[in-house]
Design a protein around this ligand. Structure first.
Ligand SMILES: *Cc1c(COP(=O)(O)O)cnc(C)c1O
Length: 420
């Protein structure tokens, strides 16, 4: 298998002889996957660099949606629930767990949004640590994570303990060690920081928290499908993440929720709905939480939002996470090289880790001209994300992003900076 390191070191006799984007694409062992996505060859959209916010649809989806409408929904109607849909949140959860999370069956379910899942998991974790009153989170975490933590703290009389990591980095084991204590109940952290791309030491931080009797809730939105994850082996307590980013589930597709088997039967989540009850169709008077991961369901699962995730998972299962991670590292390494050569001399700053092993599948760059530039780039079909106050985030979805797209995107930014 070709690794990221091979791709970077193969020719390179001197700094001027770096491989071109075309060479890297020609040698990319995953290059055939790009053609399986809608819009990959659209001339009006030469560089889509935001697959980490919304992945492209898999081409085979149109036929799958048609079959779903005609046969499953239209043909089976209400019978579909008993025949397939009631099992789907668990079957799909197990499949996401096996392909991307390192999670054995029975611990992952697909439901709700990441925001709602964060709320449910955080409340459950706090209840499991009675007498402890601190929730730890970082100021650089995604807004929804911070808002949910503040809301739960207000609701439960807990205190928020804020970490303040470096803008180009993220939360480290040392940061966590400095705040852990007998009051710490739960830490809410992202494996990959949504702005800088910093890749956190999940096993190390989880171990530290456990040594202090605390639980950790990991947000995997920017990591599932892009970086290696071993939730069981790392003894992670709780995790959740989006499926519309690197799992290409489509706008608003539901989140996945992971609860470690060792904790499952001791946890109660706060949104007690009939789908998490032991015998939903008995329609009983009293709520008794179901055994296993089903107690983390609340209402009727969003089946239509799960179809696209299945189509993407097939590709991820086939390509394998090691090859996906190798391509991702090669893409970010190539981007950083081009940023150093073409953009840093124009005053651009790299606000992401320099070591490919220390970041996820995106990099962020900052320059005061970027707020005005992003709408112009979008106009020409070069689509990165803008991140306040002055950041452009370049996200690479390993199965659908080409090296040529990365080169084109960075070239477009260079050209605009030269003429601004
Ligand atoms: C994208 C993202 C979310 C989004 O949550 P939704 O409930 O799907 O809107 C949450 N957390 C992180 C870290 C994200 O990157």
């Amino acid at each position: 298998m070709t690794t990221a390191t091979d791709l970077e070191t193969q020719p390179a006799p001197g700094p001027e002889a770096q491989p071109s984007a075309a060479d890297l694409d020609a040698r990319d062992p995953l290059r055939r996957y790009r053609d399986l996505f809608v819009g990959a060859d659209d001339p009006a959209l030469p560089a889509y660099l935001d697959g980490n916010s919304l992945g492209r649809p898999v081409k085979a989806l149109a036929e799958r949606y048609r079959r779903f409408v005609d046969d499953e929904w239209g043909g089976r109607l209400i019978r579909g629930w008993d025949e397939t849909w009631l099992r789907k949140p668990f079957a799909l959860g197990d499949r996401i767990g096996a392909a991307t999370l390192g999670a054995a069956p029975g611990q992952t379910v697909v439901a709700d949004s990441t925001t709602v899942s964060l709320y449910k998991l955080l409340r459950a974790a706090l209840d499991a640590r009675p007498g402890r009153h601190e929730i730890v989170i970082d100021r650089s975490n995604f807004p929804t994570d911070r808002y949910v933590v503040e809301g739960v703290a207000a609701e439960t009389g807990s205190t928020v303990r804020w970490l303040e990591p470096d803008a180009a980095g993220g939360v480290t084991a040392d940061d966590v060690r400095a705040v852990l204590g007998p009051e710490t109940a739960v830490l809410v952290l992202s494996q990959v920081a949504y702005r800088s791309g910093h890749l956190a030491d999940v096993p190390g931080i989880t171990r530290l928290a456990h040594e202090h009797g605390a639980l950790v809730l990991w947000d995997l939105c920017h990591s599932a499908g892009a970086v290696p994850i071993e939730l069981d082996a790392w003894e992670v307590d709780l995790a959740t993440g989006c499926t519309y980013k690197y799992l290409n589930g489509g706008p608003g597709s539901p989140a996945f929720v992971y609860v470690n088997r060792a904790l499952l039967d001791g946890l109660r989540q706060p949104i007690q709905g009939w789908m998490g009850e032991r015998t939903p169709f008995e329609m009983g008077q009293d709520y008794r939480p179901a055994d296993g991961i089903r107690r983390f369901l609340s209402g009727t699962p969003p089946i239509t939002g799960m179809i696209a995730i299945e189509a993407m998972l097939e590709l991820i299962e086939e390509a394998g996470m090691p090859a996906i991670r190798a391509k991702s590292e090669a893409l970010t390494a190539f981007a950083v090289r081009r940023i150093d050569e073409q953009l840093v001399p124009l005053g651009v700053e790299l606000t992401s880790p320099r070591n490919p092993a220390a970041r996820g599948s995106h990099v962020t760059i900052d320059h005061p001209a970027f707020p005005a530039m992003v709408p112009e780039l979008w106009e020409q079909g070069v689509i990165p994300d803008f991140r306040r106050p002055t950041g452009i985030r370049l996200g690479f979805s390993p199965l659908s992003t080409s090296f040529a797209e990365v080169a084109l995107g960075i070239g477009a930014i260079e050209e605009r900076l030269q003429h601004s």
